[in-house]
Ligand binder design. Structure first.
Ligand code: SF4
Ligand code: SF4
Length: 335
């Protein structure tokens, strides 16, 4: 992307956000491929943006595989850590990361990222090939003090055997975090289950695509998110996207999910739906079993945790309501 195009985008987004009053500020994420192939452009754009007062709060992020972070680049990021964050994906233990991304976890600057940005959350993608290491991967990262969120790889054809393996992995995670008295509990087990009880919309939109998030391609063309760009989708999807109201959740609700109890916590990728099935809303039903396992495990973990609290002390009103919901969810999911 030419420097002038990047500056124009940053200026326009900050101006639009400040004047529309819909959001408090803007997060700018540099995505690739590998964005550090163009480190000079990132540095020049950030320094240009920081050189004068801007009309609303903002922050920069770089999503990198970490292999191009040499000493001088690290030093630049470190000296600006208050206004730009480096994000890296860590897909679990070494073999898992190598399987998904072809390089070793030991080559990643995980400790450096954690030190410079202590609140950083590492993203773990679980593929069919790494599924059997999922629990071990999470535990090893959380035990080292890292915050991690895991999500299933999009586009996998999950089988019944995968569902059975995913069940075993969540059982292992649940029993591990039930057994440790004082250590940190993995945040995903404590995720709010309130959306399960929200009947205010047909089905929650599960990402900000085209609404709170947009992506600009190298030529400055704006897309709802990265998956709709020609580089990722492999085609020109602009015609298919014309006229779609990305701020209307109804557009993204799959009629086939209407009676599903977990419809507001189940995830999908709308760009993938459009590319594979010709409809933003139509979800891949091979993920159903996987999400039922995941959400069921979260509900039963929370139910058991709150019951254990209730045995030794009075629950607060909020905790009592959470227990009630967790019990109702477990019943609905036969847990
Ligand atoms: S689990 Fe299946 S039916 Fe339920 S919301 Fe997800 S995709 Fe739809
Ligand atoms: S449509 Fe897919 S790629 Fe785009 S933000 Fe949503 S989940 Fe991510």
């Amino acid at each position: 992307m030419p420097f002038e195009t990047a500056c124009r985008i940053v200026e326009a987004e900050l101006y639009e956000t400040a004047h529309a009053g819909r959001y408090d500020g803007v997060d700018f994420h540099f995505l690739g491929g590998e964005p550090l192939l163009h480190f000079d452009l990132i540095r020049d754009l950030c320094e240009w943006t920081w050189s004068e007062a801007r009309p609303c709060p903002y922050r920069f992020y770089v999503i990198t595989n970490g292999t191009l972070l040499d000493a001088s680049r690290r030093s630049w990021f470190e000296s600006h850590a208050g206004r730009i964050t480096v994000d890296v994906s860590v897909d679990g233990v070494d073999g898992m990361h190598r399987t998904n991304r072809g390089c070793s976890v030991h080559e990643l600057p995980v400790e450096w990222v954690h030190r410079c940005w202590p609140g950083s959350r590492f993203k773990m993608t679980v593929s069919r090939q790494t599924l059997s290491g999922f629990a071990e991967g999470v535990i090893s990262l959380v035990d080292r003090g890292y915050d991690v969120t895991a999500s299933l790889a999009v586009g996998e054809r999950w089988t019944d055997a995968d569902v059975a393996e995913y069940t075993r992995q969540w059982e292992r995670l649940s029993s591990y975090y039930r057994s440790i008295a004082d250590g940190p509990i993995w945040r995903q087990l404590l995720k709010s289950i309130d959306p399960l009880f929200d009947n205010s919309c047909v089905q929650d939109k599960c990402c900000g695509s085209g609404d709170s998030a947009v992506t600009y391609d190298v030529d400055g063309e704006r897309y709802p998110c990265v998956i709709f760009t020609p580089l990722v989708s492999g085609q020109d999807m602009r015609g298919m996207l014309r006229g779609i109201r990305f701020d209307d959740p109804a557009v993204f609700a799959d009629p086939a999910c209407a009676g599903c109890f977990i419809r507001n916590m189940c995830k999908t990728c709308y760009g993938f739906n459009l590319r594979e099935r010709g409809s933003l809303a139509e979800r891949d039903k091979s993920v159903c079993g996987m999400f039922r396992v995941e959400i069921g495990a979260i509900c039963s973990f929370q139910r058991d945790l709150l019951r254990s609290f209730a045995r030794v002390r009075n629950l607060s009103d909020a905790e009592a309501q959470r227990l009630q919901r967790a019990e109702a969810a477990c019943e609905a999911l036969n847990r």
